[in-house]
Design a binder for this molecule. Structure first.
Ligand SMILES: NC(=O)c1ccc[n+]([C@@H]2O[C@H](COP(=O)([O-])OP(=O)(O)OC[C@H]3O[C@@H](n4cnc5c(N)ncnc54)[C@H](O)[C@@H]3O)[C@@H](O)[C@H]2O)c1
Length: 341
């Protein structure tokens, strides 16, 4: 079936599906209430993605603002203002986007116009996910979807990726942010725990990229894959004992180079983002347990600060968009200079 026909058919079926009321009888009362008000499996819909939709023209306010010379006249992503950052016609998957860095990056992609699918193992995403999902439909004219999947379940993962690609008639991008962390001294690490770490952080990322690349090759439109590695893939962290995690992130950086070399001829770019310490809920918990880290960690980088997930929004949009069209096999390290010291 040609992509456009399949897209029209599946877009229509999405609208029909969205009007169905899910059965919530077997669920706990608190979850039931939430489902009745906003079910993440049937998201509020914005505009359906359109193949080859070009960036919008700048709104008339821009011309007025430029004449007044008072308000800002910059409308990023419109035809005359860095249109290569616009993601209007792109469908992008983000793993690990039920919360944390993945969700913040998903929000940035939505703001740039993409249709985004969050893939995560959690049965229900975080509270903030619902805010972003509503914002996507009501303020950004696009849609944030949710699919529950563990990246270790390879047949299930392939099925989810294939069905998204089929229903949208294309697949343009992936941010692989799903990952786990474990702090255990090397002498005490069990083989089972080490294998779990590598299964999620390396094999899981690899299999997600593989499933996505197969679809990108099938549609023949190329695409961009960004994997979330870490500065810990390059340096051993002072005072943070996680040998398997650090080895897994080094694996992600090297994996990206190899995938880039194999898939470049299909127009698929593969890069990594290596963040420094990010203050997420997980790190806040660590600070409760080890308060000295709140004091010590910022002193280990050149800016004397810890980062927040919002500081990686630009990197996500840059790598997925045509703004980075000549960039592949690269590691974008954003760590306040930590690993250069
Ligand atoms: N927080 C930091 O300081 C930091 C620094 C560098 C890199 N990173 C990396 O950034 C990414 C996001 O981290 P975060 O801080 O937002 O952590 P987080 O724990 O808040 O988010 C990770 C998400 O991945 C999901 N996930 C975990 N295992 C999964 C699996 N098997 N299948 C599907 N989903 C799974 C979780 O459910 C969660 O929603 C990770 O890859 C992490 O290693 C984090």
């Amino acid at each position: 079936m040609p992509p456009t026909t399949s897209l029209l058919r599946t877009t229509a079926s999405r609208y029909v599906r969205s009007s169905l009321v899910p059965s919530s009888r077997a669920l706990l009362p608190s979850f039931q209430t939430r489902l009745q008000s906003h079910d993440h499996r049937n998201p509020p819909l914005g505009n359906p993605p359109v193949v080859d939709r070009s960036p919008p023209h700048p709104p008339s306010e821009e011309a007025t603002a430029l004449k007044d010379n008072v308000k800002s006249g910059s409308f990023l992503g419109t035809t005359k203002r860095l249109p290569e950052f616009n993601l209007n016609d792109k469908v992008v998957l983000v793993t690990g986007a039920a919360r944390g860095l993945g969700l913040v990056q998903a929000e940035a992609l939505l703001e740039a116009g993409a249709t985004v699918y969050a893939l995560d193992r959690l049965e229900e995403p975080s509270k903030d996910f619902y805010r972003v999902q509503k914002k996507a439909a009501e303020e950004l004219g696009t849609t944030l979807h949710y699919r529950q999947i563990d990246v270790r379940d390879v047949p299930g993962l392939n099925e989810v990726v294939r069905s998204i690609s089929e229903s949208q008639g294309k697949l343009d991008g992936l941010i692989a942010a799903a990952g786990i962390q474990q702090e255990t001294p090397a002498l005490e690490y069990t083989a089972k725990d080490a294998n779990t770490m590598f299964e999620v952080n390396v094999t899981g990322v690899f299999m997600t990229a593989q499933a996505v690349a197969k679809e990108m090759i099938r549609w023949g439109r190329g695409g961009s894959i960004a994997m979330i590695a870490s500065m810990s893939g390059t340096v051993a962290n002072k005072g943070l004992i996680c040998p398997a995690y650090n080895a897994s992130k080094a694996g992600v950086i090297q994996l990206a180079r190899n995938l880039a070399s194999e898939w470049g001829t299909h127009g698929i770019r593969v890069n990594t983002i290596s963040p420094g310490y990010i203050v997420t809920a997980m790190v806040e918990e660590l600070f409760q347990k080890y308060p000295e880290r709140r004091r010590d960690w910022p002193t280990q980088n050149m800016l004397g600060q810890l980062s927040v997930p919002q500081q990686y929004r630009g990197a996500a949009v840059f790598l997925i968009s045509d703004a980075s069209s000549f960039m592949t096999a690269a590691d974008l390290r954003i760590d306040g200079g930590h690993s250069a010291w």
